[in-house]
Design a protein around this ligand. Structure first.
Ligand code: GRF
Length: 191
């Protein structure tokens, strides 16, 4: 039986798209469930297009073990990938999925992480500090923002003419390049 991946996302889901495509007709795993705390998130449209179960859950439902755990069980989820999911993961979920929840962050943690550091704010801060390098981090999730053990990082050089938008684009390219592959490696390592 292939492993079953759930993706949690709050936005467009371009990373989710890469993960879905990577695991389409893949012998090891497939994406079975996409959950979003934003009813209008484009990631839910992507789910529909790929005929994957996509659901909006309220923040209260995400925080309710009696709601969330049975849902994940129904889809036999054994790996959760956060892809632009903007809520803190509750302790009960971290306990239920040890080393089985991954997050991607659009900077080189531990720099530019923590509460409120998401999306364009990250790239704006990198820009404001005249950084010459940025990158992305894939890490295990614990119950603090962006603090779990780092699994993989990759860097990209920045030029003085790079606006925050250009930085965001460069970093997103790296994310798309690596996230699905790293998820695959972690699943293999957990077997
Ligand atoms: C990515 O930059 C990811 O690192 C961050 O949110 C963004 C999500 O982009 N956590 P997308 O929804 O996957 O397009």
């Amino acid at each position: 039986m292939p492993h079953s991946i759930a993706i949690f996302a709050s936005g467009s889901g371009s990373n989710a798209e890469q993960i879905i495509q990577h695991f389409t007709d893949h012998p090891l795993a497939k994406v079975t469930l996409i959950l979003s705390n934003k009813a209008e998130a484009y990631v839910l449209t992507r789910a529909k297009k790929h005929k994957i179960e996509g659901r909006y859950l309220s923040n209260a439902e995400f925080k309710d073990p009696d709601y969330l755990l049975p849902l994940l069980k129904e889809y036999q989820v054994d790996m959760i990938a956060l892809a632009g999911y903007l809520q803190l993961i509750p302790e009960f979920l971290v306990q239920a999925f040890p080393k089985r929840i991954l997050n991607i962050h659009p900077a080189l943690l531990p720099q530019y992480g923590g509460k409120g550091m998401y999306g364009s704010r990250v790239h704006q801060a990198v820009f404001n500090n005249y950084e010459k390098v940025s990158g992305m981090t894939i890490h295990y999730v614990d119950a603090e923002y962006d603090e779990g053990q780092i699994i993989f990082q990759d860097k990209v050089a920045l030029h003085s003419a790079d606006t925050p938008d250009i930085i965001a684009k460069k970093v997103l390219e790296l994310e798309h390049k690596h996230y699905a592959r790293v998820i695959e490696e972690v699943i293999k390592g957990n077997e």
